[in-house]
Design a protein around this ligand. Structure first.
Ligand SMILES: [Zn+2]
Length: 80
């Protein structure tokens, strides 16, 4: 590759050292996720634990909801 290249520390990848290329890369989703992941390792573990505990667990694929839907479907068929 001719010319100088830019190395992104967060994504660990090389790219063309061009202003527009770097701007596009820095606004991208993969770079943003990599940056947040990188910066989290320097945060206080207690704060991270509190943040993770404050999250609402996903109920979309939970066994309880699937069981309720199965019961509803089964009861709907019996009454029809
Ligand atoms: Zn990057």
């Amino acid at each position: 590759m001719g010319g100088k290249s830019y190395y992104c520390d967060y994504c660990r990848c090389f790219m063309k050292n061009d202003l527009n290329v770097r701007k596009l890369h820095n606004s991208g989703l993969s770079h943003t996720v990599a940056k947040v992941t990188f910066m989290k390792q320097f945060e206080d573990p207690r704060k991270l634990l509190e943040e993770e505990r404050a999250k609402i667990p996903c109920t979309r694929f939970s066994a309880k909801k699937v069981a309720q839907e199965t019961v509803q479907k089964a009861s709907g068929k019996t009454f029809v």
